[in-house]
Design a protein around this ligand. Structure first.
Ligand code: GLU
Length: 346
């Protein structure tokens, strides 16, 4: 009898031990991807693999963007615990362009709540190009999206502030808080676009006609044009992405920039509308929220793990940085951090 109890006890202990070994093995298989060595290797490999790619062309519908050095290529990966991994040119500054839409949208959510963005702007992808006038017309100003021009100009108009200067100061401040240093304006890009943004002015006026513009349309478009001309380098953009990955707390300065709930409502819109008409293709390949801009900046967020940014001005036909997409996709793949890659529990 005693022998039987002893044998059963031993068998139970053995099975528990095997379970523990199996579970911890599985967990470490999932986590082992994010060691310092693995991250360094992935970032370095991505840089070397794609540095000589010559496809794509600078945007030129904003004249000053055509003059930006197309050879700028920098990668910055910043983890949620504040480690910074970089390769290539992380000093050169480019205008942030549409990547700014993410941070202004987050600020509106922070100030007015996520319902305001849904009710006053809309969060569905329009399915049309980023500066579409027909999207506004078709929807009579409803269901425009904060990450394409009409919704982004509407977001700018919603930012708290009694006048244009106060709204602009608030937008520049939140971008600086996300980056962890004082950012400033790329004056030549701002002047170049401000002198040539009749289409965005038209969009703002059409929104006003439908009761979906919440500030003077000329001034709102001007602030929007300024926010697109904020200068960033790859490291700034990487830290901005990492702040989103870290639930709104800047992992370098530790400043609480926005709340975790604000980030929770911002990332899904990046997933569905972050890369213009190729947003679905991007999500299919990487599984992560991202946003690109016509200045050549691309950021991506691996929630809870890291933010990553690439600056490389040549764009593909959809308007996304060619090297940016290649490098980030490669790194996400190497590090096995696609959130949809699920290790079964048994
Ligand atoms: N300032 C640019 C525009 O309104 C931003 C476009 C973009 O990066 O998608 O056309």
């Amino acid at each position: 009898m005693k022998k039987l109890i002893f044998e059963r006890g031993m068998r139970l202990i053995l099975s528990i031990l095997l379970c523990v070994i199996f579970i911890s093995g599985n967990l470490s298989a999932q986590n082992s991807q994010l060691t310092k060595e693995n991250i360094e290797a992935a970032v370095n490999e991505a840089y070397n693999k794609y540095k000589d790619v010559k496809e794509g062309a600078n945007a030129d519908y904003i004249k000053e963007l055509a003059n930006v050095d197309p050879n700028i290529f920098g990668i910055a990966l910043v983890t949620t615990d504040g480690q910074v991994y970089t390769m290539g040119d992380i000093e050169s500054m480019v205008s942030i362009q549409s990547v700014s839409k993410v941070f202004t949208m987050a600020k509106v959510i922070e100030e007015l709540g996520y319902e305001a963005v849904e009710d006053k702007i809309g969060v569905d992808a329009t399915g049309e190009v980023f500066n579409s006038i027909t999207a506004v017309e078709r929807m009579r100003g409803k269901e425009i999206n904060p990450l394409v021009n009409p919704g982004a100009i509407a977001s700018t108009s919603l930012i708290n502030g009694s006048d244009s200067a106060a709204k602009w100061a608030s937008i520049l401040q939140v971008h600086s808080d996300f980056a962890g240093r004082n950012l400033s304006l790329n004056m030549p890009v701002y002047i170049s676009e401000a002198g040539d943004n009749l289409r965005n002015q038209a969009i703002a006026h059409l929104l006003l006609a439908y009761g979906r513009m919440y500030f003077d349309p000329v001034q709102a478009t001007d602030i929007y044009t300024k926010q697109c001309a904020i200068n960033v380098n790859a490291k700034d953009a990487g830290i901005m992405a990492a702040t989103l990955a870290n639930g709104g707390v800047n992992p370098i300065t530790n400043k609480v920039v926005v709340s975790p709930e604000t980030v929770m409502y911002t990332l899904p819109v990046m997933s569905t509308a972050g890369l213009y008409d190729d947003s679905g293709i991007w999500l299919y390949h990487t599984g992560v929220p991202a946003k690109s801009g016509v200045g050549g900046c691309l950021i991506a967020v691996v929630p809870g793990k890291f933010g990553i940014a690439v600056i490389s001005p040549p764009l593909d036909k959809a308007g996304n940085s060619v090297k940016g997409q290649l490098a980030i996709e490669y790194i996400i793949d190497q590090l096995n951090v696609d959130p949809y890659l699920i290790q079964p529990s048994k």
